[in-house]
Design a protein around this ligand. Structure first.
Ligand SMILES: [Zn+2]
Length: 428
């Protein structure tokens, strides 16, 4: 079969399975796979892999097995129900020939919380298609990507073909808070000559991503009746100068800049994302805790960043009458992620650009992400060229998340062509 003919057959095969793909996407979007509640969705993924004759590896992520590894993030919750799933296609080389190149198709099944339900136009876990978009929490980030990888494999099968190299379909947990699910795949020995992560990148290839660190600042003091509240003795209000000091650090880092993020006006974002404190409306609050998510450039070391953050908090505390008497604590409770850049000039990127061009008729555009993805594990700790490339989605992590159906089709087609060109094909 000529390359042109094979390519056209694969594109047609994705079209032939596309209604089923969208049904499958709706089925997994319907399952609220929030942190700690991913297991039912992982059961569906495991069944989908098994139905296709892939060998299924479903295992519980154990902190003790990964805590010593680079890239590990501290865990603040139970992993009692933390399941990863991998479906493996192992290439057969009956005539003793060398197998094709191997490939990891990774995606995360965990989704972020919905926020107040009354702010959604339609319920977040009742997926609906309107005007060419599927709405639902996780539909874009990134269940459409998980579906695209699965149905790209189906397209080869529909053409009577199998990849000539090993292909690992990974459905992992914890991407949104630690990345420990992807790390557990590395610990379990999964490797590939390339990896694709179909995060919602608007059909662009991500060349760089920031790192992310989560921490909490805890302020403790002595409670008082509001009638005798003096200024500067309020644990909640005492947090404000610390926040302001951290925002000055954010400003400094943005000023410093990074070549991979030259197109971004404000790549580094420090976000105060949660706050709690106090016990009673008529008591001066004696305690307060705020959460912060910060980002860092590729090349900034975790140790250095932690030292800068802690010094910043300590300096702000020293300048404040309440805080100098009640020094705050910094506690790390999630992401401890370095930034990452895709090495330039990989064969994997060239193949993706070719496949994207065949499907869309356009050159592959690139982007740098001000968020993190699991790509850092494959890239930094296993030397695997990792292509973060996926469909167009809007309002991920916000209300009314949605993914564009036709972009899901094109990404599925691009991945199908990529599998065939990267791994080669054999008759099924
Ligand atoms: Zn994601």
């Amino acid at each position: 079969m000529t390359d042109d003919r094979l390519n056209q057959r694969l594109l047609d095969a994705v079209d032939a399975g596309f209604d089923e793909e969208i049904r499958f996407l709706a089925d997994i979007t319907r399952i609220p796979s929030l942190r700690g509640e991913e297991a039912p969705a992982q059961d569906v993924m495991a069944r989908a892999y098994a139905d296709r004759g892939l060998s299924v590896d479903r295992w519980k992520v154990e902190v003790d097995k990964i805590r010593h590894l680079p890239g590990f993030s501290p865990v603040a919750v139970s992993y009692e129900n933390a399941w990863n799933v991998v479906g493996a296609h192992r290439a057969r080389t009956p005539d003793g020939g060398t197998p094709g190149r191997s490939l990891i198709l990774n995606g995360h099944i965990d989704v972020v919380p919905t926020g107040p339900l009354d702010m959604w136009a339609t319920p977040p876990f009742v997926p609906v298609v309107r005007n060419g978009w599927m709405h639902g929490r996780g539909a874009g980030d990134m269940k459409a990507g998980l579906a695209a990888s699965l149905f790209a494999m189906d397209a080869l099968a529909r053409c009577g073909l199998a990849p000539a190299g090993d292909v690992y379909l990974q459905s992992v947990i914890e991407e949104e808070c630690t990345g420990n699910g992807a790390l557990a795949c590395l610990e379990r020995g999964y490797r590939g000559d390339a990896a694709i992560i179909p995060e919602p990148m608007a059909e662009q290839l991500m060349l760089a991503q920031v790192g992310v660190i989560w921490f909490q600042v805890k302020v403790r003091g002595r409670p008082a009746h509001v009638a005798v509240a003096g200024s500067g003795a309020n644990a909640i209000e005492a947090c404000f100068p610390i926040m302001q000091a951290l925002h000055r650090l954010e400003h400094e880092w943005n000023e410093r800049g990074h070549p991979a993020f030259a197109g971004h006006a404000h790549p580094i974002n420090f976000v105060v994302s949660r706050i709690e404190g106090g016990d009673w409306t008529s008591s001066v609050p004696a305690w307060s805790t705020f959460d912060m998510r910060i980002s860092l450039f590729p090349g900034q070391s975790i140790e250095q960043v932690r030292a800068e953050v802690e010094a910043c908090v300590a300096a702000a505390a020293a300048a404040d009458p309440y805080l100098s008497a009640n020094p705050p604590q910094v506690i790390y409770h999630g992401f401890m992620a370095e930034g990452w850049e895709l090495p330039a000039g990989t064969e994997a990127q060239a193949v993706l650009a070719r496949c994207h061009g065949l499907v869309t008729g356009k050159p592959l555009e690139t982007t740098a992400s001000t968020g993190t993805t699991d790509a850092r594990f494959f890239g930094l700790y296993a030397g695997i060229p990792t292509l973060v490339y996926g469909p167009t989605a809007e309002r991920i992590h916000a209300f009314d998340e949605r993914v564009e159906i036709e972009s899901v089709r094109r990404v599925t087609q691009t991945i199908a062509l990529f599998i065939a060109q990267w791994c080669g094909t054999t008759p099924r």
